[in-house]
Design a protein around this ligand. Sequence first.
Ligand code: FAD
Length: 415
Amino acid sequence: MGTRVETLIVGAGQAGLTLSHHLTAHGRPHLLLDRGRVGERWRSERWDSFKLLTPNWQTGLPGLDYRGDDPDGFMDRAEVVDLFERYARSFDAPVHTGVAVHRIRPAGGAWCVISDHGSFIADNVVVATGHHALPRIPMEPAVRLPADIVQLHTSHYRNPQQLPDGGVLVVGAGPSGQQIAEELALAGRRVVLAAGRHRTLPRRYRGRDAHWWMHRMSAFDRTIDSLADPQAVRSTPAFVLAGGRHDMDLRRLVARGVTPTGRLAGVQGATVWFGDDLAATVAAADRHRQEFRNSVDDFVARSGVPAAAPDDEPPPPGAWVRQAPRRLQLDDAGIHSVLWATGYRRDFSWIDADVFDATGEPLQRRGVTTADGLFFLGLRWMYRRGSDTIHGVGADAEHLAGVIARRTVAAAVRA
Ligand SMILES: Cc1cc2nc3c(=O)[nH]c(=O)nc-3n(C[C@H](O)[C@H](O)[C@H](O)COP(=O)(O)OP(=O)(O)OC[C@H]3O[C@@H](n4cnc5c(N)ncnc54)[C@H](O)[C@@H]3O)c2cc1C
């Protein structure tokens, strides 16, 4: 037997906390377990100079809107942690910190949740352990690198001093990869950036922040039901932005002294090969920027929203696109570390339920699975474009809290 609880939420990031907020509003008893502290990933899996990409005015949680005096600013790591701590306190969230869940399995119409602090029996279990959960590192090149090359995933990167002296090969040109590449270059490091598929956005366009436009165009509220191919959209790269008023793209990095290359194609000892795809990658990223500009221009024309004149387009990429190295000898180039900015994966093998697809991702609809009483929250495009964001998860949490409350009341009526 274990401690009996009506609803158990695993994970006290924004997903778990917003669900707790809504269950509290429904008057439904529940517990939140987190192996770390509230908002643990913002504390221990982001670098020191980290800033949110989302502006402050947008960085609210259900029942806790931003009320500071810098709505157009971007929170740093300490401010984000403070936000989550204040949020948990604001409704006295029933969080048990330092409790890691190791297994979830069916138990006679309920769920047995086994943690390192004992077992729980729950009618409802919500897995809110994060979409950006585990480092995704391409194994083949990683194991082929020489042993004296320090390898680090972005979730373990803190600051340039953490890396051995010398140059750094950054693999991946998403928002984390580009921001960290810039930080390393500014710290005087030689940086080579192997760029894969990414999507750029102008940080500001026609006098407004990109997120302001997306908010006005209801882009974050788009649901998977409006998409032809929901699976494809779940694997599209995140927008490359940085918290600030400037654009973040390869042109900016080149101006900082970074050397972009095509995708990492192979590794043999200290020799690294890159694909011949940088020009195509940059063209695709630029196309995305242009699509965004077009969608704002159309919206301004249709809605009559006051807007500044369209900004100049960025200049075409320079010779660096054509002259990108195809081969690099790490030792000759003085490169002693590789930073994997290659994204995240999830592992739900600790959940004993037949609710996963062939790739291990949960099969769910708005967080509800076919296993009675087992739910997920906070996954990318789980229902909305904003499902895995601070500002977007609340709507999914509200829906799920309603489902859980109705299910629980119905079960009580039947009993
Ligand atoms: C680098 C980066 C930058 C981002 N920037 C932004 C941004 O600017 N704006 C924005 O809105 N979103 C941003 N996101 C996306 C998203 O907001 C974050 O990924 C966020 O952390 C997701 O919150 P979550 O609650 O779903 O999951 P998480 O924050 O991952 O929380 C999950 C919690 O579950 C706990 N946990 C995991 N496994 C267990 C277990 N077995 N037992 C007990 N506890 C467990 C963890 O300790 C953690 O506290 C960013 C993501 C990344 C990776």
